[in-house]
Design a protein around this ligand. Sequence first.
Ligand SMILES: Nc1nc2c(c(=O)[nH]1)N[C@H]1C(S)=C(S)[C@@H](COP(=O)(O)O)O[C@H]1N2
Ligand SMILES: [Mo]
Length: 397
Amino acid sequence: MLRRRDFGKQAVMCGGALLAGFERVHWPMPNVAGLEDRSEDRSKDPFSGGRQLGTADFVNPRPLEMEAAQGTELDGRLYTDLSKLSPQELAIPTDEFYIRTRVSKLLPEPKSWRVRVDGLVEKLRNRTIEEFGIATKPMGLHLMECAGNGPLVHFGMISVASWGGVPLTDFLEGSGAKPYASRVLITGFDQYAAKSMSSVPGASWVFPTGELRAARAFLATEMNEKPLTEDHGAPVRLVVPGWYGCACIKWVTAVTFVDDTAKATSQMQEYAARTHQNSLPMLARDFQPATIDPAAMPIRVEKWVVEQKIKYRVVGIAWGGAAPVKTLMIRFNPEEDYVPLDNFAQSKNDPWTLWTHAWSPKEPGTYSIRLAAKDPSVRTRRLDSGYYVRSVEISEV
Ligand SMILES: Nc1nc2c(c(=O)[nH]1)N[C@H]1C(S)=C(S)[C@@H](COP(=O)(O)O)O[C@H]1N2
Ligand SMILES: [Mo]
């Protein structure tokens, strides 16, 4: 078997020959009421017996190098290429997982790393990195998305990894916090050798302790079954499942118990608009949780020939929210109607779920693909604003 990345590269080089590999990808079809068995299920696949010819390109606002770490420190980035995702491999290899801020040249030696536990506690403590290592356990697959993930970065600031670490609740409980310590300030190392062109230094976030518990936040020391890498926050980082990446502090140096008078940090202020705060609150308690609403977007548009006809298969992801969504609707251009996705069944809202949709555009042209949940009980701020709309160029129908 080819690894996903090899497959992606060779598919580009060899065109059709290797793309045939896609045909063997079995898409789990949702259970359709009334269908007795799998064979009937399978015959519903509109692409069975067909052949993939290639993919249609998304229209992007600017060219961008994907999957190569570029820049250093606060200006360092890596954008993930989502187009190669398959339902068989939901985690992104560590060297392709998006990066927002690369390791500081001034980062202290990891061996002597300590996490200070201070603030409203009975007694100050330092936790050594060995203590974390001993307590580390598998935490499962979780998605992370930068609140600044958007068209300019080809939606490449979202990834999934299999994490290992220490549940934050275990850590908080054993810390002797005062009863009125309602919040914790989690601080990351953030001194850099160079001045940034684009970002404000200051990676720390204040959380209500109840929110961290509810989200099952953890201090990660491992990513994809290996020690965390420097660019992803080694030796220890915070992961808050369901929250935007800006809250997932890397290179954690301190956990400080605070109360309701705690100020919002510069990182919270920098990300206020992108995490849907209505204003720029001075106090942490006036911040809404930086959670990701249910969202969905296409990641590739496959061009197929099935029974001598050209057909497209839109492949996409759905993620975010606190619970799975039942139905997602798709629309190709504003003058068309929303229709339900043909092949979407979400059993977990974290990490992402892949979906597919068969599409036969009437004529060549540029189509803007938009998704919607259309369920008034589900808040979908970004989907509603058109944030994840992607345009695709169709040259042949
Ligand atoms: N110390 C520190 N932690 C940080 C940041 C930072 O600049 N410094 N960036 C945050 C942002 S905005 C995001 S999106 C995530 C990205 O994590 P990743 O680079 O491992 O994908 O880290 C967060 N943690
Ligand atoms: Mo971010």
